[in-house]
Design a protein around this ligand. Structure first.
Ligand SMILES: [Zn+2]
Ligand SMILES: [Zn+2]
Length: 253
């Protein structure tokens, strides 16, 4: 095993008793980091049994509340756990404004408790965490600056779409990934353009990117209710395994 990926939160902002908001834990080589930290993700992180002091970095894909709202709770818990390192925080450009408002103004006491080094993620950014590489691509998600992530370690790869309508940048990033963790926010039907992905749209993305396995995440209750139909639809142009993600599901890649 090269990479252990734990889905912490597979839900959306529509409340679901079984799914918290967006978050993924990645453990590869000796690196431990989060992709997104939405509401409920801290609780799920603790459920994995991980030692919080081993956390190196947090990547936030964008600043919709369901992708970032547990960051301060995480900092408070790191402080109480005796975290003495500098936490690396990576996020798109809106990181600066968010940090000023939430960290400097709303909760300044936390700044001294846990040191955070902030790095703005450009559209196509490559972050090297020792032998583990995290590359980004811009997604199409309303007017929000959003990043998708590709994590690679020893030739194995996992791509996380974050929130995105179908777009070339994410498709290019996802090509040939061992595992594609992709959002399916809503069912097929009339929706606003350029915000999220439906099952029929994801089937096309899967055909173009040819991952070995597809894991559905950011699934709203209406998508979960049609699980079988959604999986059949997404899988109709591929031989890749398609599964519905669930909170605390572990992917050994
Ligand atoms: Zn969003
Ligand atoms: Zn979202």
């Amino acid at each position: 095993m090269t990479m252990k990926v734990t889905l912490l939160g597979t839900g959306t902002s529509s409340p679901d008793p079984n799914r918290v908001q967006s978050g993924i834990l990645v453990e590869a080589e000796n690196k431990t980091f989060l992709l997104d930290v939405g509401s409920g993700v801290l609780h799920r992180l603790i459920q994995t049994g991980i030692d919080l002091k081993t956390l190196d970095s947090v990547f936030i894909s964008h600043f919709h509340i369901d992708h970032c709202s547990d960051f301060l709770s995480l900092c408070q818990s790191l402080w109480l756990a005796g975290y003495e390192r500098t936490l690396e925080l990576y996020a798109p450009l809106t990181l600066r404004e968010w940090s000023r408002g939430v960290r400097d103004i709303a909760f300044p006491y936390l700044r001294e408790k846990v040191l955070v080094k902030e790095t703005v993620l450009e559209e196509n950014h490559v972050v090297q965490l020792g032998p583990v590489q995290v590359s980004t691509a811009p997604t199409t998600h309303s007017t929000m600056e959003t990043r998708a992530f590709r994590v690679e370690s020893r030739g194995r790869s996992m791509v996380f779409s974050s929130d995105s309508a179908p777009c070339h940048d994410v498709t290019d990033l996802a090509k040939g990934a061992d595992v594609l963790v992709h959002e399916v926010n809503w069912l097929d039907g009339p929706h606003p353009e350029g915000v999220h992905t439906s099952p029929i749209e994801l089937a096309e993305i899967v055909e173009q990117t040819e991952p070995k396995k597809v894991v559905l995440t950011h699934v709203s209750p209406e998508v979960v209710a049609k699980e079988e139909k959604v999986i059949t639809t997404v899988g109709r142009r591929t031989n890749a395994e398609v599964v519905l993600g669930s909170d605390l599901m572990v992917l050994n890649i």
